[in-house]
Design a protein around this ligand. Sequence first.
Ligand code: ASP
Length: 591
Amino acid sequence: MYRTNTCGELRISDVGKTVTLAGWVQRIRKMGGMSFIDLRDRYGITQLVVDDASSDAVKEALGKLGREAVIQAVGKVAERQSKNAKIDTGDIEIILSEINILNLSATPPFTIEDNSDGGEELRAKYRYLDLRRGPLKNALMLRHKLAHEVRNYLDAQGFMEIETPYLIKSTPEGARDFVVPSRMNPGEFYALPQSPQTFKQLLMVAGYDRYFQIVRCFRDEDLRADRQPEFTQIDCEMSFVEQEDVLNTFEGMMRTLFKNVVGVEIANPIPRISWYDAMDRYGSDKPDIRFGMEIHEISPLVQGHGFSVFDSVEYVGAIAVPGAAEYTRKQTDELTEWVKRPQVGAKGLVYIKLNPDGSIKSSVDKFYTPEQLQAVADAMGAKTGDLILVLCGEKRKTQTMLGVLRIEMGNRLGLRKPNEFAPLWVVDFPLLEWSEEDGRFYAMHHPFTAPKPEHMELFYSDRKEDLEKVCANAYDFVLNGTELGGGSIRIHQADVQQRMFQVLGISKEDADYKFGFIINAFKFGAPPHGGLAFGFDRVCALFGGQETIRDFIAFPKNNMGRDVMIDSPSRIDQVQMDELFLSSTAPEPKE
Ligand code: ASP
């Protein structure tokens, strides 16, 4: 037997037992005639002791040990003189009678401690060493626990976990596909699934009315903002359901996860807001509702007073920042520069200060009387001491900018408390989104999302204005300003699906070529169905109280989509290229 116990297991009640542990040498400290080895494994750290009374063989082995050596250690559990309350095994130590060196280690390129001295790049290259560190181990343990809880919950609800293929045909989730050349079918390619969307719908046609899968998805996107080219979804689909059934089922799942994994009770029921209200009130389709500072349209109050900037635009909106009236000129100037950054894109910023002494000061005093400004403040419910920030322009764009500004002010004022969890459902999304650039509609969710039954007539209209009004039973689960999941009630009739492709400007031939299989399946008794998917990596990160998903993935890629540990992607040799009928026009790599 390699070990009788783990390094996280022994307690004061084990004193006197002879045990065998196996693990890695975290560090060795010498004090007088005694040496202490911290032995580490996945479960914890146990202190081993070598002293004057130890055998020569033990002393000799000790002399050979360095950090990260793997050893087997035999000895007797003893009560410790100076106890360490910080670790679970801190009351005991092992007086060694035997050390077997199982393997030595080269000097690790960075310290394997909770706070490592290694930079991100170096740690990524030696990910297997980084994974020995406590924070990453805890992250992966949390991930495991969450996956386990998800399976338990869904199993209890009658869901079946069914695997779907990875070598498939393009799925339109709005990103670029990763493709895989087929050797046996020269010149033809598989696409890796952006999600199992079409397969889970086919499973509904097949009668598996409650499906789920914790599944890898692949999207070839520029990796801005904490994305990974391959990521994991909790993917689900249900038949014979309405939106309400889907929301209730997954509200239950999230509630269970919060309760069982972090011991937090979340709102019951989880609030819902329509996409339109979310945009109007928060300037975002994934609002952070941990704090107020809502957006108010003030166009009617400020237009028609001779201020041409406001008079010439579709929309003027504002937020009231609590207690920020004391902002100095320097601070408001800095904020103005901040909103002009390309990431926000505003042309300028107007402010109104509701000074603690009751006076009002604004950057547009020339155009408005204090009474008119007070009317704006009253309409917004702003209070003495608040700083009102105003942006104007095209409606949705301006709301979005105000939304970004609101989050920034929430951050600056510390209103986004990390230990507060405020979930909500955003519902009633528009079905379609017009792209000025491409002069065509795109599906706001994906092309399998059904129009609301009451909007069917609008959906068959040829007028752009009508189509823009069509709403879907589509929903997103949002937590603290992050979209954790989303889904919809689907189209289940072949003719409606065909109409959808037509609205999206996809020719009949093209639709048949790409999606003929699903249109065809809908002709064979497809049941009404709907579902959703949660971003599992992000769920993990949020539960772990972290901003980035990378630590919750055992082997992530960097923001160039590279795995620097295995050095991938990489070139393949000419034989492989030839077998696949491929030739490359990429420039030769620099030596
Ligand atoms: N397939 C969708 C996605 O990946 C989720 C869904 O509609 O179920 O976003």
